[in-house]
Design a protein around this ligand. Structure first.
Ligand SMILES: [Zn+2]
Ligand SMILES: [Zn+2]
Length: 354
């Protein structure tokens, strides 16, 4: 089969590799689409502690069941599916509650296990047993299904924030994740602010999405501006979907009383210490939440939102490339010229709509 093999920082090569066999309890998926995640870009650039090269990465997968291992029940060949990335140990307290994404001994597809930048992906038996393979109904195309994973992560992030009708919500970061957060928040909140430091990204966002305000944090005095637009009370919710210390610090400053903040994006692992006035949290009763990956129910919710077109996948997906152009896809993401870039990993396909 064809696969994009990552062999170390800035080295990825599309070549023929052995197609995995499908053993007992496993499911083999023919991958039609696999979207490129910000994390894939970071792995490509710097490596990752859970990825040992040579390896196939990619975890935003949509495909069809090609083979079912012995003993697998409830699925059929040809069914359209996506896969939950996180695999838990299945025994710890978090796993027992279904939070495989937070299992301390957790593993993931596209990290420890080979991922979706290939023609075929083998779902390990642990994942199959945890119901990681999720069926895609007919009203969602496989291309649209490739953004279920990132959307489910946004749903996880917002699950902590209790966004209400009269809330003002600020989102830092006009990338694909920021735009999905905006779409989710806008459906509920009274006012939304989209903040970035790239004029180009803000311009693109303004042309294709709605927010009440698009703010360039580098050009305009952000804190003053937000205060003036919120009767001096600050925002109720701030979501940091940008991997930047400054954005985290600004979020703490623009959030008002009883506000909720999500540090959705992580910082580089060797540069993740920030300074802030903790009295901001104390006196104003601000809550600060983290968010990491997602779990199966949130994939189902994401699927539902895409199927009902409350989230329009085609607005988020700006580029579709064949697998062999993976490096070009990564490049345009780095240059800030794309929202979601999806790779088409299998060619013959006329049933796929969209
Ligand atoms: Zn992802
Ligand atoms: Zn566990």
């Amino acid at each position: 089969m064809k696969a994009a093999v990552y062999s170390g920082p800035e080295k990825i090569q599309v070549k023929e590799v052995k197609r995995p066999g499908c053993g007992r309890g496993e499911i083999l998926i023919k991958v039609y689409f696999c979207a490129i995640c910000g994390t894939d870009v970071r792995i490509y650039l710097h490596g990752h502690k859970k990825v040992t090269p040579p390896h196939i990465i990619g975890h935003e997968i949509a495909g069809k069941i090609a083979e079912l291992g012995k003993g697998v029940k409830g699925y059929q060949r040809g069914e359209h599916v996506t896969v939950v990335t996180s695999i838990g140990c299945g025994r710890c307290k978090l796993c027992r509650e279904g939070y495989y994404n937070l299992c301390p001994d957790g593993q993931a597809i596209g990290y420890k296990y080979p991922g979706g930048f290939a023609e075929y992906l083998l779902v390990p038996k642990e994942a199959v047993a945890q119901k990681a393979v999720l069926k895609i109904p007919e009203n969602v195309s496989l291309l649209e299904a490739s953004i279920i994973e990132p959307l489910s992560c946004c749903i996880n992030g917002q699950s902590y924030l209790n966004i209400k009708n009269d809330d003002n919500v600020a989102i830092f970061g006009a990338g694909p994740i920021g735009m999905m957060h905006l779409e989710l928040a806008r459906a509920i909140a009274s006012k939304t602010f989209l903040i970035d430091i790239s004029e180009e990204k803000l311009k693109f966002a303004q042309e294709h999405f709605s927010a009440d305000y698009f703010i360039n944090a580098q050009k305009e005095g952000l804190i003053k501006k937000i205060l003036s637009l919120t009767d001096n009370s600050g925002v109720d919710v701030a979501i940091v979907a940008a991997s930047a210390k400054t954005a985290q610090q600004q979020a703490l400053k623009i959030t008002g009383r009883k506000g909720r903040i999500s540090f959705f994006a992580g910082l580089p692992k060797d540069d993740s210490i920030i300074n802030f006035d903790s009295n901001l949290l104390h006196y104003q009763e601000i809550s600060l939440f983290g968010s990491f990956a997602s779990y199966r129910e949130e994939y189902e919710e994401a699927l539902e939102l895409i199927g009902s077109r409350r989230i329009v996948a085609k607005k988020i997906i700006t580029h579709l490339f064949p697998l062999r152009k993976i490096e070009e896809g990564i490049r345009i993401i780095r240059e800030g010229k794309a929202l979601k870039v999806v790779l088409q990993c299998s060619e013959e396909e006329n049933e796929i709509k969209g």
